[in-house]
Design a protein around this ligand. Structure first.
Ligand SMILES: NC(=O)c1ccc[n+]([C@@H]2O[C@H](COP(=O)([O-])OP(=O)(O)OC[C@H]3O[C@@H](n4cnc5c(N)ncnc54)[C@H](OP(=O)(O)O)[C@@H]3O)[C@@H](O)[C@H]2O)c1
Length: 287
């Protein structure tokens, strides 16, 4: 059992990765966890596995882009529990591709899930928390929300937007006793890079002016992902820590790699940093 008393928690995107691990970890600590996922029927395997775990896990259907599904879950929590202590806005994905290879719709959809999706859920939970002058909103952002790289522009934009929104909300909700914080993971080997990966419409089109570069970057990113051995459970442990802290920080870093990258960015003038990055990524392609 944690040092805190059992809490009521809602997690989005619980069918895999950080969401799944956070649900199982918090339930094992005695918390009541609403494990929400887009399609709990399709995710039958996850469903039956979660059900076998001791602890109170309530599996519910929630698509962060569907307001009705959000309302249904919040209504269920309000009726059954009467309150909500913590929401973990975790659902998300990343689309790879240079700007010109992406369609406007692909970029819009990225924002719908990673940015507006967080807003949709947050808007629905605030009244429950505000009425008790107590609550925690934990947003899973990314190092990609603090540092941009080529071929990830749409994902960068969605997480940068999340950063700005969360920082503003941090100030807005303080007066109601609600703490807003973010987790800024580096790279972890989860389904986001495999089964759940998405690429721009023109990513694999040999006629794209970016074809050679994007294929090369993809190979490099995947080689890096395969090599990385950071345990994604770190995110679940950090969530637990943020739930216990009296006054959690706005930005929280689970890995040293992210902190080092951001330190380099702070120290180096941007032009110098950009020069190193582009040289490393583009090699002979620089004009
Ligand atoms: N892994 C990393 O290196 C990394 C680094 C930084 C930040 N992050 C962030 O961490 C979060 C979790 O990612 P992960 O690495 O755990 O990847 P993951 O295993 O692919 O999990 C992503 C989860 O989000 C869900 N999801 C996607 N769209 C949704 C929607 N419209 N409504 C509800 N759920 C939706 C997926 O559900 P389905 O199963 O239904 O698709 C899945 O459960 C994301 O926000 C991601 O941006 C990951």
């Amino acid at each position: 059992m944690t040092k805190t008393s059992p809490q009521v928690v809602l997690v989005t995107g619980s069918s895999s990765g950080f969401g799944y691990l956070t649900v199982t970890h918090l339930a094992s600590l005695g918390h009541t966890v609403y494990a929400s996922m887009r399609d709990s029927q399709r995710r039958q395997a996850t469903f039956s596995h979660l059900k076998r775990i001791t602890g109170k896990i309530i599996i519910c259907e929630l698509d962060v882009t569907n307001s009705q599904s959000i309302e249904n879950v919040i209504q269920q929590i309000a009726t059954t529990e009467g309150y909500l202590d913590v929401v973990i806005n975790n659902a998300g994905y990343g689309i790879g591709g240079f700007f010109e290879d992406l369609t406007a719709e692909e970029i819009r959809q990225q924002m719908e899930v990673n940015f507006f999706g967080v807003q949709n859920v947050t808007r629905a939970v605030i009244p429950l928390m505000r009425s008790r002058k107590k609550g925690r909103i934990i947003n899973i952002s990314s190092v990609a929300g603090l540092n941009a790289s080529p071929c990830f522009g749409a994902y960068n934009a969605s997480k940068w937007a999340l950063e700005g929104f969360s920082e503003s909300l941090y100030h807005e909700l303080k007066i109601f006793g609600i703490h807003v914080c973010m987790i800024e993971p580096g790279t972890y080997k989860t389904k986001i890079f495999f089964e759940n990966s998405k690429y721009a419409k023109e990513f694999d089109n040999p006629d794209s002016p970016y074809y050679t570069l994007s294929q090369r970057l993809k190979r490099r990113v995947m080689a890096y992902v395969q090599k990385t051995d950071k345990d994604p459970m770190r995110i679940a442990y950090l969530v637990e820590k943020l739930m216990m802290k009296k006054n959690p920080a706005l930005r929280n870093f689970p890995d040293i790699e992210t902190q080092m990258l951001l330190a380099v960015r702070r120290i180096l003038p941007f032009k110098l940093y950009a020069g190193f990055l582009q040289k490393a990524l583009y090699q002979d392609k620089l004009i």
